[in-house]
Design a protein around this ligand. Structure first.
Ligand code: GLN
Length: 232
């Protein structure tokens, strides 16, 4: 513990997938977004510095497994499966599945995904939600490495709809006002999910970050960051 000394703060290596605005995206060569601001605030409160690398989604999880990364912050949903392999902070953001599609396509409920060409980001809850409706290994589901590639497939009509997280869907729709994009979130089919910071199993950071997250929630910092990215 470095408290009371002049020693430099420990720098934590962070992995992310930075095509996921407003949570993490590249701006002038830097990773920025809601998650970045929140992570910086929480890490500072816990007494650490962070070095955030745009590792990509799969490499982020691999880096946590091998403990080359200290944590992952990428709008990562806390799922029962992931809890088996990683430790998670307390939840910091509520999300749910949303479908994005172009005008002329009719999707009013989850069941309407059947028979449509769907795009998802590989290994995400969007993929799992799509599979729950149209079946695992369905040839109608195309999987993309990044959220950006998934949205490109929609724009170039390689798929008819993409299945992703609500705040990312709405941000994309807002940033592409000329694309005539529509959204659908089926309240009966799609459950609430919660984002957490992911750590290697057994990491001592989990507790320290939970305590710091509590402080950042209580002292108004979280609300400020939320307002910056989601306020009107
Ligand atoms: N929240 C989703 C998941 O954890 C998607 C995250 C992402 O694409 N960055 O699977």
């Amino acid at each position: 513990n470095n408290e009371g000394t002049d020693t430099e703060k420990k720098v934590l290596n962070v992995g992310t997938e930075a095509t996921f605005p407003p949570f993490e995206f590249m701006d002038k060569g830097e990773v920025t977004g809601f998650d970045v601001d929140l992570l910086n605030a929480v890490a500072e409160e816990a007494g650490y510095e962070v070095k955030i690398d745009n590792t990509g989604w799969d490499a982020m999880f691999a880096g946590l497994q091998s403990e080359q990364l200290d944590l992952g912050m990428a709008g990562i949903t806390i799922t029962d499966e992931r809890i088996e392999s990683y430790d998670f902070s307390d939840p910091y953001f509520e999300s749910k599945t949303m479908v994005v599609f172009k005008e002329g396509v009719t999707i009013e409920k989850a069941d309407d995904l059947k028979g449509k060409k769907l795009g998802v980001q590989n290994g995400t809850t969007g993929q799992f939600a799509a599979e729950a409706v149209v079946g695992q290994n369905s040839p109608d589901i195309s999987k993309y490495e990044t959220a950006a590639l998934m949205f490109q497939a929609l724009q170039s009509d390689n798929v008819e709809a993409v299945v992703t997280d609500i705040a990312v869907a709405l941000e994309y729709q807002k940033n592409n006002p000329d694309s005539g994009l529509k959204t659908m979130s089926d309240d009966e089919e799609f459950q609430s999910e919660y984002y957490g910071i992911a750590f290697p199993k057994g990491s001592e950071l989990t507790e320290e970050f939970d305590a710091a997250l509590d402080t950042v929630l209580d002292n108004g910092t979280y609300a400020e960051i939320y307002q910056k990215w989601f306020g009107e």
